[in-house]
Design a protein around this ligand. Structure first.
Ligand SMILES: [Zn+2]
Ligand SMILES: [Zn+2]
Length: 344
């Protein structure tokens, strides 16, 4: 079968690999749509390495497809149905899997689209354990279904941020994830949503999705806007939706006393921020984050199916699998990019 192979050095090449073989608990999926995630780009540019790849990797953890075959002991998932996946495969036996709800911190975690043996959606076929496979409601567009994972991550971010209705929120970064956060904040009742980015077309989208103020940080100071909106007190809640140590520094400055910061973006693994512990102490700041999408995929599917989210306008480009190199180039460099999808 055709797959986009990434060997860590020479980039992405479309080649041929054997069709995945499913065990009795797994599901074989014929991929329809797979999205390029920021984390794919981090891997592509060598900023971040998933654990122990020893062969070429097949990326693409945000996907939808049609069930082709199911293992003998799989129940409730039928061949022919449209599904999406929760890419994080947990062991169920380690300390974290047996402790509280934090199974996603599993010490033996494997990820569809990052781990050897579990190639992702940039291939004609992929497989996942049945417990990671989610059938979607009839009529849901395969593109929307492929967005369940990023939406699930954003839901985790909002959950962990402790958002209360009526709060004044700042989102730094209006890429696809920032724009999903803005939509969720809007429907969950933030009273003000200030969105910052360096690209005007993204800020226009943010306004469409519920941003009350937008700031192009090339020409305007975010701190001044936030201060004028909050009588100089700062925001209740600030999201770093960029993934950059400097943004984390700024987020801490922008939060009010008693406020909260959510480090949502994926900073480079060795990135360091300068923070003043005194500021965190004096403000009694709460700093949270959001790692992957534990227990949020079903809610993401339901939100996407409800029509509340404008997922269509998150998508800027669509490519075929043969055009994967161009798709990655676009996702990294094209100023007009938002979510870039690979369709089959
Ligand atoms: Zn992702
Ligand atoms: Zn585990």
């Amino acid at each position: 079968l055709k797959a986009a192979l990434f060997d860590g050095k020479s980039g992405l090449e479309v080649g041929s690999v054997p069709k995945p073989v499913v065990d009795e608990h797994e599901v074989l999926i014929r991929t329809k749509v797979a999205g390029i995630c920021g984390s794919d780009l981090h891997i592509f540019t060598g900023q971040w390495a998933p654990s122990g790849p020893d062969g070429p990797l097949i990326l693409g953890h945000e996907l939808s497809g049609v069930v082709e075959d199911v293992g003998e002991r799989v129940e409730g998932i039928e061949a022919g149905s449209l599904v999406t996946i929760e890419p994080n495969i947990i062991c169920g036996e380690c300390f974290f899997c047996r402790t509280s709800e934090r199974t996603h911190l599993c010490e033996n975690r494997k990820v569809v689209g990052f781990s050897p043996g579990y190639g992702g959606g940039f291939a004609e076929y992929c497989k996942a354990p049945a417990r990671n496979v989610y059938p979607v409601p009839e009529g849901l567009d395969p593109e929307a279904a492929a967005l369940a994972e990023p939406v699930g991550c954003a839901i985790r971010g909002i959950d962990n941020s402790g958002l209360h209705s009526g709060e004044r929120v700042v989102v730094i970064g209006a890429g696809p994830m920032g724009l999903i956060l803005v939509q969720l904040l809007h429907v969950e009742g933030a009273s003000e949503i200030v969105v910052a980015d360096i690209l005007d077309h993204r800020l226009r989208k943010a306004e469409k999705f519920g941003a009350t103020h937008t700031v192009n940080t090339q020409t305007q100071k975010l701190e001044e806007v936030v201060n004028s909106q909050t009588h100089g007190r700062g925001a209740d809640l600030v999201f770093d939706a960029v993934g950059d140590p400097h943004i984390v520094e700024e987020a801490i400055r922008l939060a009010r006393r008693g406020g909260r910061v959510n480090i949502f973006g994926l900073s480079p693994e060795d990135g360091e921020a300068r923070i003043r512990p005194y500021e965190i102490y004096w403000k009694e700041l709460q700093i949270t984050s959001a790692f992957t999408c534990p227990f949020t995929i079903q809610r993401a599917i339901d939100l996407l199916a409800s029509g509340v989210l404008n997922w269509k306008e998150l998508i800027s480009h669509r490519f075929r699998l043969d055009e994967i190199a161009e798709a990655f180039r676009t996702a990294m460099k094209d100023p007009s990019r938002l979510k870039v999808l690979v369709r089959q």
